[in-house]
Design a protein around this ligand. Structure first.
Ligand code: HEM
Length: 235
């Protein structure tokens, strides 16, 4: 009997298993906030909403933010271990097909984790404080920014899973070549623009498509398809 799991490859696999668990905790909560809690809050009475913000929201946010932190940590460790196990030089690895395919997923994941810790959580803390009777300035503005970051993360999460799986479950096609640097740049630009929209826009044509849950799902699918077509066109 040989436990091949007790090897470096096995460690990679176990790390990936932990990554799924943390990722599910995080994205499960994200989808709960966007698809269940938000619509419920929109139609419930003020007292129920206050009670839920005092007692239910903090619990859900605990799983949400720590899920995000540990998904990011395990993901970054997977990247390091993937390089180590590949046996390739840094240059070969950085321009290889695996990184080219998973790259949009990694960038979206890092931006999403930053949104959780630096945009959503600080504002949600104030929303909870207000529900507990503290006086908070500019509450609607803070809540709106957290909402848009959360919606943007939901859109990203759909496209992210396409590219996470593209790396791990091997999306068919060999995607490398001379344009890999340009591909990294184009992806960073598109994701950067969507993130800027989350951070500075308030209302208008750029926020309308992600305003409603069904719109976010559509935009997530569109984003995955657009990025995939760019991948095929460039590499
Ligand atoms: C936060 C930043 C993230 C980073 C840096 C990251 C990084 C990675 C890496 C390096 C892998 C290994 C792929 C392979 O072995 O080829 C992976 C796999 C995976 N990640 Fe992430 N990830 C992140 C976020 C997420 C999130 C939010 C989810 C959503 C649940 C997720 C779901 C997955 C899945 C399902 C796989 C397995 C893919 C497969 O083997 O087919 N990741 N991730």
């Amino acid at each position: 009997m040989e436990f091949a799991i007790l090897s470096k490859q096995g460690l990679y696999f176990l790390l990936k298993w932990s990554h799924f668990i943390f990722g599910i905790a995080w994205i499960g909560m994200l989808w709960y906030f966007n698809f269940v809690q938000g619509p419920f809050f929109a139609e419930t009475d003020a007292n129920t909403k206050t009670a839920a913000t005092q007692k239910l929201v903090p619990r859900a946010l605990w799983y949400f933010r720590w899920g995000a932190a540990f998904t990011l940590l395990s993901g970054l460790l997977l990247i390091g271990l993937n390089f180590h196990l590949s046996g390739a030089t840094a240059g070969e690895w950085a321009t290889g097909s695996w990184l080219a395919k998973i790259y949009p997923g990694i960038i979206m994941g890092i931006v999403m984790a930053a949104n959780v810790w630096f945009v959503i959580w600080p504002r949600q803390k104030k929303v909870i404080a207000a529900a507990n009777g503290e006086k908070v300035e500019n509450l609607p503005v803070l809540a709106r920014r957290a909402f848009l970051a959360s919606r943007t993360n939901t859109m990203f999460s759909i496209a992210l899973l396409f590219f996470m799986g593209a790396g791990g479950s091997k999306l068919p096609g060999a995607f490398n070549g001379a344009n890999v640097g340009a591909w990294y740049g184009v992806i960073a630009l598109i994701i950067g623009l969507l993130e800027i929209n989350a951070l500075v826009a308030t209302n208008g044509i750029t926020t309308k498509p992600i305003e409603k849950p069904v719109g976010v799902i559509h935009m997530g699918l569109v984003l995955a398809i657009v990025l995939y077509v760019i991948l095929v066109a460039m590499l």
